[in-house]
Ligand binder design. Structure first.
Ligand SMILES: Cc1cc2nc3c(=O)[nH]c(=O)nc-3n(C[C@H](O)[C@H](O)[C@H](O)COP(=O)(O)OP(=O)(O)OC[C@H]3O[C@@H](n4cnc5c(N)ncnc54)[C@H](O)[C@@H]3O)c2cc1C
Length: 397
């Protein structure tokens, strides 16, 4: 198997393919693994979704993260796993009511440990919240990890197949960096039988496209038109920030989706702009300083200070160091991934994670491998590439 792309999704694919007894080559265009979108990620995961299929994907991932050393044979590997929780705070009665309805559906889907809090309870548990908070939803078992450590761990495990418990014999992975795939090799029967790279040709019985935001362009090499919409997303990094409680959860405003979470002695802060337009896929996403001021300036309509007023002090002080990282979400029309075979035999997609590729790619990659090896029947795949888009409630993150 050839895997195009060495971000967290390609890395996870390599791990599950190796475990299934396949010989794998991970081909990565950049000089180092996991340095494009994966490096910009917040590394967070949650079961607080609006549909049972994605809940199942992330649940499987959290189970793997929690036992990563045992399941990969890398006992000492530190993912930086933190079960810090996800707290969504509502500043209006309408948003609190919407959250209450969502949580009731989550309970019905088996996510019974999401707590609904009224404003006073929420402020009591999380004293940094605004007096304006009308209600909150909280799940303590949500959290985050270091996404590069995760990706590099998958690859380390795939390169040491003898250590993976219950792995089928014969599997193993090799990695080539600074190796860009420039064409797909298609045989006379129309089946993919390898790739062409800027360092030569590689033959393979199957090829998995895991090229993140560039997956649409790579698919086009085989004449496939995949509806992926790369959209720039950014992360504001404060290396140090005294106001941020080290044990705070991911804290999100329900209406605006502005959010932050602790990281070391500082924090990450983000905002998923609902009006952001998709653009060309790029190897070099460029941050926009104006976006940061929209989070930091308390007069902004999506200021972090609306939910957590200590951000007013940070703004007033104006002396803290911060910087931005940018990446691209690759949205699908229904914001759920495209997993599994394409109409070209032997060619599969593992892409379109729509901003959830760290948390969902463990299960997503296991599914892609199971589909290719026949361990999963195609009709059991809710994320197949040619599906009609699923109607969604708006998922704000
Ligand atoms: C600001 C931000 C915050 C995020 N926060 C979270 C979060 O908290 N939780 C979460 O689950 N997700 C989050 N995400 C989304 C997550 O980062 C992505 O879904 C995930 O990293 C995608 O991984 P990937 O391996 O598909 O893509 P990438 O990491 O982009 O890797 C794709 C790789 O393919 C390579 N490639 C492309 N074309 C070729 C070619 N022709 N030949 C060889 N190699 C090629 C690229 O060089 C790249 O290294 C966030 C994203 C952003 C931008």
């Amino acid at each position: 198997m050839v895997i195009i792309g060495g971000g967290v999704v390609g890395a996870a694919t390599a791990f599950f393919a190796t475990r299934a007894g396949l010989r794998v080559a991970v081909l990565e265009a950049r000089p180092r693994l996991a340095t494009l979108t994966t490096a910009a990620s917040t590394g967070a995961f949650r079961l607080q979704f609006d549909n049972p299929e994605e809940i199942a994907l992330v649940r499987e991932g959290i189970e793997l993260f929690s036992e990563f050393g045992v399941r990969t044979g890398l006992e000492e590997w530190d993912l930086g796993l933190t079960l810090g929780g996800y707290l969504f705070g509502a500043l209006t009665d309408q948003a609190a009511e919407r959250a209450r309805r969502l949580v009731q559906r989550q309970w019905a889907w088996g996510v019974t440990d999401v707590e609904l809090l009224d404003g006073d309870e929420a402020r009591h548990r999380f004293p940094y919240l605004s007096v304006e908070v009308r209600g909150a939803r909280f799940r303590a078992g949500d959290g985050w990890l270091d996404p590069r450590r995760l990706a590099l761990g998958y690859v380390a495990a795939a390169s040491n197949p003898a250590r993976i418990p219950n792995a089928r014999a014969g599997g193993g992975a090799v990695v080539a960096t600074s190796c860009r795939v420039t064409a797909l090799a298609i045989d006379a029967r129309g089946r993919v039988d390898g790739v062409v790279t800027d360092r030569g040709a590689v033959s393979a019985e199957s090829v998995v496209i895991a090229a993140g935001p560039l997956s649409g362009e790579v698919s086009a090499l085989g004449g496939l038109s995949i509806d992926l919409r790369p959209t720039t997303r950014q992360k504001l990094v404060f290396p140090d920030l005294p106001e941020v409680p080290a044990d705070a959860p991911m804290t999100i405003e329900e209406e605006t989706a502005a959010h932050w979470r602790p990281n070391g002695g500082g924090c990450f802060a983000l905002w998923t702009d609902p009006g952001a337009q998709s653009s060309e896929a790029t190897n070099d996403p460029v941050p926009d300083q104006t976006w940061a001021f929209g989070l930091l300036d308390p007069s902004s309509d999506h200021a972090l200070a609306r939910l957590s007023p200590f951000w007013k002090d940070v703004w007033a002080r104006g002396t803290d160091n911060w910087y931005l990282q940018a990446g691209q979400y690759e949205y699908t029309p229904d914001r759920r991934p495209f997993l599994g075979p394409t109409r070209i035999p032997g060619l599969a997609l593992n892409a379109g994670y729509s901003g959830h590729g760290v948390m969902a790619s463990a299960a997503g990659s296991r599914i892609v491998v199971d589909l290719l090896t026949g361990a999963m029947p195609p009709e059991a795949n809710a994320f197949h590439v040619d599906r009609a888009p699923v109607a969604r409630e708006h998922d704000i993150l």
